[in-house]
Structure formats: structure tokens, C-alpha cells
Design a protein around this ligand. Structure first.
Ligand SMILES: O=C(O)C[C@H]1C=CC(=O)O1
Length: 94
């Protein structure tokens, strides 16, 4: 199942800089592991914002929830999930 996910990041300004750097580094590693596995096939920065648009390819809602809630930056994110269905005019879908 494909999901479009928007992540808006808002890290508190008073967060310890070392904690911030460690959390961002762990987030990058977590994300890149899922990208290599094909579970997180697309990630795009939204221009001018500390936000991204991503596509997740997972088995079901529960898997997506587990992955998103495991993000190291999860406590500092607002996440918006949109389930995707095949468009009837999509030539790639046949
Ligand atoms: O920077 C972001 O958009 C937040 C987050 C998502 C992946 C990652 O490495 O950081």
C-alpha cells in the first residue's frame, strides 16, 4: 500500500544542541535504512520549510504507524498521512 506523508518538523529552540544533533543523525540513518529497503521510496524537501513530502510503501496502516512513530524526530513532528489508490487514467497502471 502506498501512502503520501507530509512531515513538518518543529524542534524546540532550547533543545540541547548535542541532543538535537544526535536526534537528527539518528533520523537520517533510520530514514536511509528504510529507503534502502524500499519501504520509503521517495523523500522530497518542501522548498523553504523544515518539512518533507514522502512516499511510503508498506503492507498496512499498522506498519506505517509503527514506522512513523519510530522516527527519532517523531516527538517534534506533525505528520499528515494520505492513503493513495490507483488512478484510472494512470498509463503505468495499465
Ligand atoms: O528533515 C526532515 O524532513 C525530517 C526527517 C525525515 C527524514 C530525515 O532524515 O529527517
Amino acid at each position: 500500500m502506498l501512502f503520501h506523508v507530509r512531515m513538518d518538523v518543529d524542534i524546540p529552540r532550547d533543545l540541547d544542541p548535542e541532543v538535537r544533533a544526535d536526534t537528527v543523525a539518528r533520523e537520517k540513518a533510520y530514514s536511509q535504512d528504510l529507503q534502502r529497503a524500499g519501504t520509503w521510496p521517495h523523500i522530497w524537501r518542501i522548498v523553504g520549510e523544515y518539512s518533507n513530502y514522502s512516499i511510503f510503501d508498506v503492507t498496512d496502516n499498522d506498519e506505517l504507524h509503527a514506522l512513523l512513530s519510530g522516527l527519532p524526530l517523531f516527538p517534534y513532528m506533525t505528520i499528515t498521512v494520505t492513503p493513495l489508490a490507483t488512478h484510472p487514467s494512470d498509463i503505468a497502471a495499465g
